[in-house]
Design a protein around this ligand. Structure first.
Ligand code: 5GP
Length: 204
């Protein structure tokens, strides 16, 4: 069976990765979402095991030491990481997996899965990014400024990605990502093993 595609959706905080990812999952029900582990406290309405696996610092450290995380990163003052086994097993079963993670983690995934599809979600402008972070209302002012500084550093990494998708409107951003995934599924490298089988069968 073909392995699934590993899709890494990344970009600066506040660009709308969570919203775009949720809308994408509605439109692509077979796309499997990797739930991250974090030491951040749950926000109102967030559910353990659905939005994140909420962990203590000791639990997170244990996961790192036992190589249970495919990647992990410190972001502002919290740790975030992708549970390894779930991703590997889901890909092996032929299903596509999406990671919605920040850029340091995305770069660590790239070192291990160069065949992954790395999509950078862009804000339409920096002003728009700031107003989205402020508008979310979950961050104190110093944290907003910290996130803006981080965002500028993150945008510098665009060159490492395969695709840049502007999140001007959520559904339009989803349309673009769906087109990317359709094209990636049509890559000749994915079709080649099957064609080789056909060739072998006919030339027997
Ligand atoms: P938030 O605290 O707003 O939920 O997430 C903060 C940042 O951490 C976001 O950019 C989010 O995409 C990123 N993030 C969430 N899960 C992971 C993960 O497993 N690994 C990494 N590296 N970043 C993550």
């Amino acid at each position: 069976m073909d392995k699934g595609l590993l899709i890494v959706l990344s970009g600066p905080s506040g660009v709308g990765k969570g919203t775009v990812c949720a809308a994408l999952r509605k439109r692509l029900p077979n796309l499997v979402y990797s739930v991250s582990a974090t030491t951040r406290k749950p926000r109102a309405g967030e559910v353990d095991g659905v939005n994140y696996f909420f962990k203590s610092h000791d639990e997170f450290k244990h996961m790192i030491e036992h190589n249970e995380l495919l990647e992990w990163a410190q972001y502002v003052s919290n740790f975030y990481g992708t549970p390894r086994t779930f991703v590997e097993e889901t890909l092996a079963s032929g299903k596509d997996v999406i990671l919605e993670i920040e850029v340091q983690g995305a770069m660590k995934v790239k070192q291990q899965f160069d065949e992954g599809i790395f999509i950078f979600l862009m804000p339409p402008s920096l002003d728009e990014l700031r107003s989205r972070i402020v508008g979310r209302g979950t961050e104190a002012l110093d944290q907003v400024n910290q996130r803006m500084l981080t965002a500028v550093d993150e945008i510098k990494l665009l060159d490492q990605y395969d695709y840049a998708v502007v999140n001007d409107q959520v559904e339009l951003a989803c349309d673009r990502i769906i087109s990317i995934l359709q094209a990636e599924h049509c890559r000749k490298e994915r079709i080649m093993p099957k064609i080789q089988q056909w060739i072998d069968e006919v030339s027997k």
